[in-house]
Write a protein that binds this ligand. Sequence first.
Ligand SMILES: Nc1ncnc2c1ncn2[C@@H]1O[C@H](COP(=O)(O)OP(=O)(O)OP(=O)(O)O)[C@@H](O)[C@H]1O
Length: 369
Amino acid sequence: MSTSLEPAELIQARFQLRFSAQTSTGFALDLDTEFPGRGVTAIFGQSGSGKTTLLRCVAGLERATDGRLVVKGEVWQDEQGFRPTHKRPLGYVFQESSLFPHLTAQGNLDYAIKRSGYPHDEDLYQRVLSIMGIEPVLERYPSQLSGGERQRVAIARALLIRPRLLLMDEPLASLDAARKQEILPYLEKLHASFDLPILYVSHSVDEVARLADQVLVLDEGRLIDQGPVSEVLSHLDRSLGMGEDAGVVLQGRVTERDNRWHLARVAFDRGELWIGDGGDPVGQPLRLRILARDISLAHSPHADTSVLNQLPVEVEDIADDHNPAMAWVRLKAGSERLIARVTRRSVAHLALAPGQRIWAYIKSVAIVR
Ligand SMILES: Nc1ncnc2c1ncn2[C@@H]1O[C@H](COP(=O)(O)OP(=O)(O)OP(=O)(O)O)[C@@H](O)[C@H]1O
């Protein structure tokens, strides 16, 4: 997915690891890949697919027999050697916060700075505090912090080690839905403010759609798909397992705001959509998420409908769902992809077939940020 990049811009990983059948599962990880060493790379897959094991191999906490890991030109593991975890410049954020309970938030951060081996950098320190929004809680002990605050301190602590790679293993998993929504903007700020590659384990399509630039999809220890988030999320076979969450991500830009109706026009490659005006200025890049269940299909555009967004599209392929009443239709809109989940009866009724030009009615578009 990244052949045009130089090795200094890549993360190259090859791991073969088998847990012995005696210990329990006999699970095997077998993967050989490379991906851009920038932005957020989501490691996505069902429970037990090997996401944490892959992260532990990257961290040096598991030692793959046939292993090679090169992070932006720096060899961390190959036939000749294996750099132990404490010599790898990485930050690790776990599902549950791993803060020292006997130290305040401030004490935890000071400990990280000492451990980093670098002299204190006040600019970096202030930047991290402000991006993670934790100035008000520095004097508290972990037991006096909310789950979201604890994770923000844990992320700040990982950043103050000045890692070259940040590993995050379902950092939101222990939070309830409201806390998750609260912390996501901090993760986005982190993504935008630090030039730091992040490997982000998740089995939430929502989180992946919102945060990831590229995705690695694991299944039973093997890499079954990888690529930019918009591409991976539009693959129909992936969508099958996602059910109601299936959908795509489009990258667009606000081109007009309609004050009368409180709408904003967002243009993407050879198309445009009207969405509720979220106050974003003209020119603002936006990431939009369109769920497969929010798209219906027709042969022609209609004037007498409440649906604002009607896009000319081309049918690319059609797949059956596990549910015998439903089907998936992948659509091309310029260079972007959409997927629709419709009944098989509709597929038959509209006589849908690859190559056909039709109209997609989009009932709802969410801005993800
Ligand atoms: N030390 C170990 N010894 C034996 N089997 C292990 C060990 N660690 C993990 N496994 C097994 O390897 C498989 C993959 O585990 P892993 O934790 O990597 O999956 P995951 O995709 O992160 O899952 P989840 O989303 O549930 O966290 C599981 O079947 C697990 O039981």
